[in-house]
Design a protein. Structure first.
Length: 231
């Protein structure tokens, strides 16, 4: 379920006459009165209570999203969770075994990512308003259901997580490439050798996989082919 910014802040959205939770399948029909804790509630108020009682608050489930959805590295996500818990810089630094200045730097980086996100959102909106359709075209190769993803991983990975083959079907190939991308970190550069080593953890033909990562837009690369990074 895709959600807009204001809907993410609330944790739910209105869809076809229903208030639908963004984080589970719970929904309540507009116009219906629901009993709750010896009281009666409107559909929207019932949904607000659902977010609190089942998910803690609108922020909590967002903290559990995958990196590809938040753009945060694992350590950034941990730091964000500790900020959300109200820990001080010193308490977080003690958990990370670093200096408080390092924690302050993480806070700065998060604010920087927020500013970048605001600018990118404005740029995308203005581009779409031009009406050229370039950014609204959907690539159906990447429209993959969770069931298809699970079946592909089950059928193509052995018990150690290595791929038995490189699938010829694009969607299956994309599923495996997306799984491989979990081994890469954001905000750092890789040499060709490092990319080969990471690709080799899942595939025998790391040369072809490196090429696919570029072709499918998972990795960027300098013109000389010496430096790679996550897009």
């Amino acid at each position: 379920m895709e959600a807009e910014y204001l809907e993410l802040l609330k944790g739910y959205q209105m869809t076809q006459g229903y208030y639908c939770c963004l984080h589970c399948e719970e929904r309540y029909e507009e116009g219906v009165i629901y009993p709750f804790d010896q009281l009666f509630e409107t559909a929207e108020h019932r949904m607000k209570n659902h977010i609190v009682t089942c998910h803690g608050n609108p922020l909590q489930p967002l903290l559990e999203l995958e990196r590809k959805q938040t753009g945060l590295s694992e350590i950034q996500n941990d730091v964000f969770k500790w900020f959300a818990q109200g820990l001080t810089d010193k308490e977080i630094a003690d958990r990370m075994n670093v200096l408080p200045a390092t924690v302050r730097n993480h806070r700065f980086k998060l604010r920087e990512k927020r500013r970048q996100g605001i600018v990118l959102n404005a740029m995308m909106t203005l581009l779409e308003e031009k009406g050229n359709g370039l950014m609204t075209e959907r690539d159906q190769r990447f429209e993959i259901s969770q069931t298809f993803r699970d079946e592909t991983l089950k059928n193509h990975l052995d018990s150690s997580g290595r791929a038995r083959i490189i699938p010829s079907k694009e969607k299956k190939k994309i599923v495996l490439l997306q799984e491989l991308m979990k081994k890469f970190a954001l905000n750092r550069h890789y040499t060709e050798q490092e990319v080969n080593e990471i690709a080799g953890q899942m595939f025998d033909d790391h040369v072809s996989i490196r090429r696919y990562l570029i072709e499918y837009g998972f990795l960027g690369r300098t013109n000389d082919g010496q430096t790679y990074w996550v897009i």
